[in-house]
Design a protein around this ligand. Structure first.
Ligand code: NAP
Ligand code: ZN
Length: 357
């Protein structure tokens, strides 16, 4: 299929493995009959953007325009679009397409479709590259567009499109969403802090497991966690052994699993959503002795993403953000690499990203 590229676009792109982002001009396709075109207002900075910009996983194609926590306002809809109108507040997350016919797509988990198209840095069905939301506007098939609830501020809502659904989906799928459960959240970054908020809204007792004391006060007093453990403090970890029904691990780097598995009750579930580039060591004895489960999860399907955003609207859940201007991007990336953000950077795209800086 030949695609007509005719609308000029601009954004921020990494051009090599240094990961440094700079202005990049490109084209986006014309609005197809089932497409929604929207002006990007805000875009969250996920740790995945950093890992991709630096080619940490080895499959980055440059130039890479990152960004998959995108919100904006619809400027044009194709002739056959039924769900959206101009002026609607919408978002796009980690994926912008899938085969729509495999078992995964039929089950509403397009995120596991082998032909799923990433919103950024992937080959689209017409062989062009996808460019993400660090850009002035987006074009996306309406079936992959999410409606943002009216009551949510758009800047704080942007990170829900990836961070939000990535923690919400496994809590639901693995049955860790039942009121009264004790849930551990490892790593208090972008994913972790919304994980605390969703788990609290589901009625859980929530314990944050972090690398230092630094975030204790905020975790408890601002984010509403019930308890806080420092993973490097063996006394604190030992005292909490065998108490948790489930753990969502959001850590982006290699770290020991043994102390974390010890926190689970028998039959407890450990869900890895963080994506360290190197393998983790898996101790099997705690699994054998306690029928514990170690598993993983990747974002969520479109129906589930809409459900998560609606749940967030009902419970007033948004991310705690540091709103930045586009010219701060490389400093933000350096700070993100050091876990120095409370708790998600969001780019004020519409007000600060200019084609001629
Ligand atoms: P982030 O904001 O950087 O948060 C990661 C947190 O992990 C940090 O805040 C820090 O928390 C902890 N951490 C960092 N280095 C650590 C180390 N060496 N040892 C132990 N803990 C460490 O990142 P994010 O955007 O939340 O993303 C987290 C991970 O999830 C990334 O790997 C990202 O690629 C991945 N991800 C996966 C999916 C999916 O679908 N599965 C979706 C989005 C992102 P403390 O300061 O509290 O220790
Ligand atoms: Zn992400």
């Amino acid at each position: 299929m030949e695609k007509v590229l005719e609308k000029e676009a601009y954004g921020l792109a990494a051009k090599d493995e240094s990961g440094v982002l700079s202005l990049f001009c490109f084209s986006r396709r014309e609005t197809g009959e089932k497409d929604v075109r929207f002006k990007v207002l805000f875009c969250g900075i996920c740790h995945t953007d950093l890992s991709m910009a630096k080619n940490e996983w080895g499959f980055t194609t440059y130039p890479l325009v990152p960004g998959h926590e995108i919100v904006g306002v619809v400027t044009e809809v194709g002739a056959k679009v039924t769900k959206f109108n101009t002026g609607d507040k919408v978002g796009v997350g980690y994926m912008s397409g899938s085969c729509r016919s495999c078992e995964n797509c039929s089950d509403g988990v397009e995120n596991y479709c082998p032909k799923m198209i990433l919103t950024s840095g992937a080959k689209d069905f017409d062989d062009t590259m996808t460019y993400g939301g660090y850009s002035d506007h987006m074009v996306c098939a309406e079936d992959f567009v999410i409606r943002i609830p009216e009551n949510l501020p758009l800047d704080g809502a942007a990170p829900l499109l990836c961070a939000g659904v990535t923690v919400y989906s496994p809590m639901k799928y693995y049955g860790l969403n039942k009121s009264g459960m004790h849930i551990g959240v490892v790593g208090l970054g972008g994913l972790g802090h919304v994980g605390v908020k969703f788990a609290k809204a589901m009625g859980s007792k929530v314990t944050v497991i972090s690398t230092s004391e630094r975030k204790r006060d905020e975790a408890i007093n601002r984010l509403g966690a019930d308890a806080f453990l420092v993973s490097r403090n063996s006394k604190q970890m030992e005292d909490a052994m065998g108490t948790m029904d489930g753990i969502i691990d959001t850590v982006s780097a290699t770290h020991p699993l043994l102390p974390l598995l010890g926190l689970l009750k028998n039959k407890g579930k450990f869900v890895m959503v963080g994506a360290p580039a190197e393998p983790l060591e898996l101790p099997v004895l705690p699994l054998i002795f306690g029928r514990k489960m170690v598993t993983g999860s990747m974002v969520g399907g479109i129906k589930e993403t809409q459900e998560m955003v609606d749940f967030a609207g009902k419970h007033n859940i948004t991310a705690d953000i540091e709103l930045i201007s586009a010219d701060y991007i490389n400093t933000a990336m350096e700070r993100l690499a050091k876990a120095d953000v409370q708790y998600r950077f969001v780019i004020d795209v519409a007000n600060t990203l200019k084609p001629n800086p």
